[in-house]
Design a protein around this ligand. Structure first.
Ligand code: ZN
Length: 407
């Protein structure tokens, strides 16, 4: 009984401390809306990958709402958009109920953030406000009645009202993406030319195209069945006080080939674009691994980081630079605050980091503070070694005192 109380108290204190130590990072609330896609797309695969990509920023707490399936009664589908900083739509299917459409329009008009990508711009050809928010869309009977074609020509955007269908793509291929707005927060610091991994390159999209700002384009090569135009790839749209980030990349079909979601360009665009849609700013550091124009950079980041990945990356932390990996570690600890085995694994990783030669002093000092609450007597010997080095002595001695008073 006594040891049970001691353990409960320990976790209570641990919980409080972890809450305090993570106060510096406000989490934004993101909602992914999904549940239907057309036959050539696969919402179950795409929304999970995007969820992981957004989670990996450490900035968002992500919820998912899944609509009724195609053909079912949609009347109960009423997501609470206004509780979120950003709504990410991965959906192409039956119309939403009128009240849901109205709620969404109000949410955006009042300053809500929205992210749409790839097949989502095929959806809702009849919903006028949605088409204003996305600016461009494809297929589903879209023609000149829906708005102009938009392309990049001679250093600027051209709107072309000539008649014809909206939406086409050639064969899947890798292609180069040109940055067109290098000072925009989403693009700032990213390369002027980035190779994107094999994906569909949407062309000849059409729509109202009002209040849109094109951030990046790609040449759609006729050799692979493309349009011969520089097509918009990333753009932002203003609707009322709301901010919309539109990314036309990200094809995944029934074969579940996730290549586009492993492409560094796609990952960075989604991470930065989602933060911008939520807040109007981008605080994420420019990644160390950047794509170049000759070969696509493939990252595993659409998968969940393992605890080992997080600790390996945390070794590079320096004060003033991104705390992303440290924050993700704290988040894991919070999520497993009652799982003794998991916390023991965390302690083992902390001991490894504190013993590593390739770890920064700032990372070691940060972890010393955390291990002082989470650790056990097995941490003391590594802390004693650190207490003999001037740059870590203070934090290591602090941690030793805390651990000794606890045990
Ligand atoms: Zn597609």
């Amino acid at each position: 009984m006594k040891s049970y109380i001691k353990l409960s108290l320990y976790y209570l204190v641990l919980g409080c401390i972890l809450t305090i130590s993570s106060c510096g990072t406000k989490k934004y609330d993101a909602l992914i809306v999904t549940g239907q896609s057309n036959k050539s797309h696969h919402w179950k695969a795409s929304h999970n990958a995007v969820k992981q990509i957004i989670n990996n920023t450490g900035l968002f707490s992500v919820d998912v709402v899944i609509s009724p399936e195609q053909g079912a009664d949609m009347s109960s589908f009423t997501p609470d958009f206004k509780s979120y900083d950003v709504v990410i739509i991965d959906y192409d299917g039956d119309p939403w109920p009128n009240t849901t459409q109205t709620n969404f329009e109000e949410y955006v008009k009042n300053g809500g953030g929205v992210v749409v990508f790839h097949g989502t711009n095929n959806s809702f050809p009849q919903w006028e406000a949605f088409n204003q928010m996305t600016a461009l869309g494809g297929w589903k009977g879209r023609t000149e009645k829906d708005g102009p074609y938009v392309r990049w020509e001679n250093g600027k955007i051209i709107k072309d009202n000539s008649p014809g269908k909206g939406g086409t793509h050639g064969k899947k291929t890798p292609f180069v993406i040109d940055t067109r707005a290098p000072q925009h927060p989403i693009m700032k610091g990213l390369p002027m030319k980035s190779m994107h991994a094999t994906d569909e390159l949407y062309g000849k999209l059409r729509g109202p195209a009002e209040n849109m700002n094109v951030l990046a384009t790609a040449f759609s090569n006729p050799k692979t069945g493309g349009t011969g135009n520089h097509e918009p790839i990333l753009f932002t749209v203003n609707y009322g006080k709301g901010r919309i980030f539109h990314n036309v990349l990200g094809h995944v079909g029934q074969d579940e080939d996730m290549t586009p979601y492993k492409s560094a360009f796609f990952i960075y665009a989604m991470q930065r674009g989602t933060e911008w849609a939520a807040t109007g700013k981008v605080t994420q550091a420019i990644p160390e691994d950047l794509p170049n124009q000759s070969s696509a950079l493939i990252l595993p980041a659409y998968k969940d980081f393992t605890l080992e990945d997080l600790f390996r990356n945390a070794r590079k932390y320096e004060i003033g630079k991104s705390k992303k990996y440290l924050n993700l570690i704290l988040q894991r600890i919070r999520n497993h605050s009652t799982d003794k085995d998991y916390l023991e694994k965390v302690e083992d990783e902390m001991i490894k980091l504190l013993s590593a030669d390739d770890c920064t002093t700032d990372a070691k000092n940060f972890i010393c503070k955390e291990i002082s609450w989470l650790g056990s007597p097995k941490s003391i010997s590594v802390l004693k070694a650190l207490s003999k080095k001037a740059e870590t002595a203070e934090m290591a001695q602090f941690a030793i005192r805390r651990l000794q008073s606890k045990n």
